[in-house]
Design a protein around this ligand. Structure first.
Ligand SMILES: [Zn+2]
Ligand SMILES: [Zn+2]
Length: 352
């Protein structure tokens, strides 16, 4: 974590006269007007004395000193005054963020992504677990989840997440850990799944939440994270082609250990039987949202992202349909379904 923070902290330039004029005071100690050596951070100019300070913000790398408005977490990480308003240090707030992420994900993926045992204990932790343990592989240990199963099949879920992270990052972690809980409940014992694939499904869940929220920068962070050894990129592609319902169905009904390989030979869709807890596929197509990344727009139809011109298969309860997205407007999409004579107009769910 500390290494990461230092890498993130990029000083753009030293002593540019223009920058020194624009920001003549040190943003850490307030000293100024600054002369001589001036360092630039994302927040403004820093004097040479502050540049040499030992302690840095764990989020942006800015040097911090006592009394400058920064805070210190229980395990000795610092958060600068600029990041403090966006940092989550309170367990009650973390619980809200987790609940929001969970509600949105069920909205995106359908009721089948709910938990059969809905109670989840959510807490923040202060200790930097992986650096304490000196583990080199802990690139994504911002959260942990566990599910205890009692003899009667009752599941007890628990999630802990690292304190002092930005709200959006914490929401991505919450989505990741929630996906673990869902997999814990829904993966049959006999379906062994490769560890990288499990993690990649959880990362994909976080990616989809960030996509739905228009958080393009966070989506890129997820793709760049080497945590799943590149498996996340394969899964994003699988999801693009087959949809999230396919991924979730594979967890429950698949037989292979690796999802990317089995995407070539789709798993039969779940059949619904009385009393089963398998996810019910939707009866019909639903346009539930728009995701905007830069200048690109995607319509979310049954949890699958469609750019104009995209053609994808969507599993419905009765059959799988081939959907081509002809046009995306703010409140409706025009779709060509299978080889129907006329395109259909689908209004955004919830609009009149
Ligand atoms: Zn200073
Ligand atoms: Zn900071």
């Amino acid at each position: 974590m500390r290494h990461l923070a230092l890498i993130l902290f990029l000083f753009a330039a030293v002593c540019t006269a223009a920058a020194a004029e624009a920001n003549p005071f040190c943003i850490v100690c307030g000293k100024g007007p600054l002369h001589g050596r001036v360092w630039m951070s994302r927040w403004g100019a820093i004097c040479d004395d502050c540049y040499r300070l030992e302690n840095h913000c764990s989020l942006c790398g800015l040097p911090v000193r006592p009394g400058d408005g920064s805070v210190k977490t229980g395990d000795g990480r610092f958060i600068c005054k600029f990041d403090k308003p966006d940092a989550v240090l309170d367990a009650a707030e973390a619980r809200e963020i987790f609940a929001d992420a969970r509600r949105e994900l069920v909205g995106l993926f359908g009721g089948g992504f709910g938990l059969n045992f809905p109670e989840v204990t959510v807490n923040l932790f202060d200790v930097d677990y992986w650096s304490e343990k000196g583990r080199g592989d802990g690139l994504h240990k911002f959260g942990f989840s566990s599910t205890r199963k009692s003899a009667g099949g009752v599941c007890t879920h628990e999630v802990v997440m690292l304190s002092g992270r930005r709200r959006t990052e914490l929401a991505a972690t919450a989505a990741h850990e929630y996906a673990h809980l869902w997999i814990n409940e829904n993966r049959p014992v006999e379906h062994a799944i490769a560890a990288d694939t499990v993690e990649a499904i959880c990362e994909l869940t976080a990616y989809k939440l960030m996509q739905a929220r228009g958080q393009a920068a966070q989506q890129n962070e997820i793709l760049k994270n080497p945590y799943t050894r590149g498996e996340i990129k394969n899964l994003v592609e699988v999801e693009r082609q087959h949809g999230m319902a396919f991924v979730l169905n594979w967890v429950k009904n698949g037989t292979t250990t690796n999802l990317t390989e089995s995407a070539a030979a789709p798993v039969p869709a779940t059949t619904t039987t009385a009393g089963s807890r398998l996810p019910r596929l939707p009866m019909q197509l639903q346009f539930t949202g728009l995701s905007v990344i830069g200048s690109e727009r995607e319509a979310i139809i049954n949890g699958v992202g469609f750019a104009p011109g995209d053609q994808k298969r969507i599993p419905l309860r009765q059959k799988t349909v081939l959907v081509r997205c002809c046009e995306i407007r703010a409140d409706a999409v025009t779709l060509q379904i299978d080889d129907a004579a006329n395109p259909v107009n689908l209004k955004m769910a919830g609009s009149d």
